[in-house]
Each structure stands twice: as C-alpha cells, then as structure tokens.
Design a protein around this ligand. Structure first.
Ligand code: ADP
Ligand code: MG
Length: 237
C-alpha cells in the first residue's frame, strides 16, 4: 500500500533519516521500533508531509505523496495520530468527535458517532466529559477514534501506548487489531516493543535513521543482536 524508498529527510540542515526503505503492506499492522531519537516519529511525520525531504520517494498505491501538502495527503486517505496534542482537552469527548465530523450534516454526524462508539465503547460512556479529564488510555482511544472518523485507508500512529497502564496497552492494541480487520492499514511507532510484537504482522527496527533490522515478531525475537541491543534481555512490558 505504502512504499518508502531511499528516503532521506529531516529538519532544515539536519538529516535524520538516511535513505531508508520501508514497505507498509495493505491490510497489515506494521510496527516501527527503535531507541529514542532513531527517527521513528520523523518517519511518520515525513509520510504526512511535515518534515523536509532531501531525497527518495513515498508512494501510496502507486501515487507519489512527495510534494503534496499535508491536507492533500490526508485527502488521499491517510490519518496521522501524533503522540501528543492529539485531542482538544477543553472540549468534551462528543465535541471532539463532532469537530472531526464538521463536514457532515447532523444525521450523518450522528450515524458516524454511533459507529465510533460501537468501535470505541468507552467514548459513549464518556461523551460529556472533557477530553482533558480522561485517563491516558481513554484519551488515546479518543485520538484514534478521531483519526478513524476521517475514514482513512492508512493510519499512522505515534506511540499510542505511551504512558498507559498494561491493561490499557492491551486494550489499545486490541482495538487497533480490530481496525486492521476492517481493512485499515496500520503503521504504528512504538517504544513498547515487546507488547506491540504480540499484535503486529511485521516490524522495522530503526537505528540512527536507518533500518537496522526487519521481520516478523518471531524473526525479531529470534535475532539475538536486536533483542540484546534494543529490546532488553528479559524485560517484559
Ligand atoms: P524517535 O521518534 O525515534 O524518538 P525522532 O524522529 O523524534 O525520534 O527524532 C530523531 C532526531 O530528530 C532526534 O535527533 C531529534 O532531536 C531530531 N528532531 C526531532 N524533531 C525535530 C524538530 N522538530 N526539529 C529538529 N530536530 C528534530
Ligand atoms: Mg518519537
């Protein structure tokens, strides 16, 4: 679905990604792992047109995304859920959802909200609560729901499990897996490597802006160097 080839990108004079190749296959859950500062967020931001690209290509089902503005990229069916500031804290859950649906008429918006609360039941329960008062996990569900409401083909998520209790980490990944089963393709950046490896189809491990390793969860866990150097020995989270 999405092919990143020989991509170099960064910020101003700083090159963060060095000629990287990443394939996000349609209908799959692809994880992007790697230590802090390895360029994971930069990769998602570059796909969404938010950084400076110095070389290489990004193709969405054969169509070039390079050169498109973020709004145009979003119209191609890509939703980006950043790690922070992904909901409006002062607004209620319902207001956040309605804002994401402002292009629809009232009936269409209510239908979409009903669908969203079927997929994310906690949002129905918290409809009148201010987003700023939600727990970390609930807030993450809201951010994911808002992204989902744009009916994307591909969702880019930056550390959706960051700071969540283990129970909610599982809940978030279970929800993402469910979205994937409805045909949405996922690219998920994660620090929580061991957890996401239980849910993803395939993973890339970045190091210093390059792909250090790639494979299925089983292949990654079988690679001693990656496990020792990055996943940590015996650290289950
Ligand atoms: P990760 O998400 O893997 O932790 P990032 O992609 O956020 O890594 O960052 C990779 C590198 O890019 C880091 O050295 C970071 O300091 C730098 N960086 C990130 N965002 C910016 C920015 N907005 N401006 C300049 N440098 C940045
Ligand atoms: Mg990051």
């Amino acid at each position: 679905m999405l092919t990143v080839s020989h991509l170099s990108a960064g910020y101003g004079k700083l090159t963060v990604l060095h000629e990287i190749d990443v394939t996000i296959p349609a209908g799959q859950f692809t994880a992007i792992l790697g230590p802090n500062g390895s360029g994971k967020s930069t990769l998602l931001k570059t796909i969404f047109g938010l950084t400076d690209r110095f070389g290489g290509d990004i193709m969405l089902e054969g169509q070039a995304l390079i050169g498109l503005a973020t709004e145009q990229i979003s119209r191609q069916g890509i939703a980006y859920i950043p790690q922070r500031q992904n909901v409006f804290a002062a607004m209620t859950v319902r207001e956040n959802l309605l804002l994401a649906l402002r292009h629809l008429n009232r009936t269409q918006a209510e239908t979409a909200i009903a669908e969203a609360t079927a997929l994310f039941p906690i949002l129905g329960q918290r409809a009148q609560q201010r987003a700023g008062k939600l727990s970390g996990g609930e807030r993450q569900m809201l951010a994911i729901a808002i992204g989902w409401l744009s009916r994307p083909r591909l969702m880019l998520l930056d550390e959706p499990s960051a700071g969540l209790s283990p129970l909610f980490v599982t809940e978030v990944f279970r929800t993402l897996r469910q979205l994937c089963q409805t045909g949405i393709t996922l690219a998920v950046v994660e620090q929580n490597a061991r957890s996401v490896l239980r849910w993803c189809d395939y993973a890339y491990v970045l190091r210093e802006g390059q792909v250090a390793f790639q494979g299925t969860a089983a292949e990654i866990l079988a690679d001693e160097e990656t496990v020792k150097g990055y996943l940590g020995v015996g650290r289950i989270s």
